[in-house]
Design a protein around this ligand. Sequence first.
Ligand code: 13P
Ligand code: SF4
Length: 305
Amino acid sequence: MSGYNELIQKIKELKEEKNAIILAHNYQLPEIQDVADFVGDSLGLARKASETEAEIIVFCGVDFMAETAKILSPDRIVIHPDTNAKCPMAAMVDVESLGWVKDENPQAPVVAYVNTTAAVKAETDVCCTSSNAVKVIKSLREKDIIFIPDKNLGLYAKRFIFDKNLILWPGFCPTHHKINKEDIIALKKEHPDAEILVHPECKPDVIDIADHVFSTQGMVDHASKSDSKEFIIGTERELCYRLKKENPTKEFYPMEAICPNMKKITIDRVLKSLENLDPKVTLSKDIIERAKLPLERMISIGRGD
Ligand code: 13P
Ligand code: SF4
């Protein structure tokens, strides 16, 4: 057996021995996706974490996703193989500055994109993901709503919501920010039959030229159902690995968009973290209790794409 195959075999044995499950986001490296028990988007992963019977969750994704797993499954051990894998957008809103905006708008509930820290979630009313932002906002009775932290997702939601005033936060995803309309148009010229699928974290002018706007899981679901044979994928390029794996007869053209934090989770780190059961995600009981409510509301609202 080669060194790599031995490593994979060891991970599989340790998972079994320790009653562990590996959850991986769609942007994880191919070898991580291949060894995972479940690969999905933020909503699917949150749901899976809340339902699992396993004693240990090894979470392969960025910090807010691992925290979300811990909040929804506080009695389980949640391991985040590299604690430096942090989402820069989640770091664009903190409790103190959110407090100022809440003070200025005391009647407005706060909808938090799941890309936020646990401490920030604890100060909010309901969470959402890229799959269900519109559905979550529409579920609220209030007219004024504070939406944090992704301005692009908020602007996208505004296209479908006419009776509410969304107070947007100026956050953004640096990876999706780099996806340009011009690059998509150039790819479309090369592949005129390709459908353009983009993520709602993209800039408004990119959304304007898309055929469909989906969460990462929404893109996976759509690609398998669609009659199209070719797709231009406006999100982090690793999603194309899963898309091709599940649709080998179709073609997927990625953009130059890489999330460097997602790539910090390596297969060696996954093995090490299973061997040592470290680094564990730890959150205070108070934060878990307060952050759980908005997350459970989000899960009960369900998918929107
Ligand atoms: P999804 O929930 O659509 O997978 O998005 C998560 C994310 O961080 C996108 O950048
Ligand atoms: Fe955060 Fe963007 Fe990376 Fe998603 S792609 S985890 S939003 S930095």
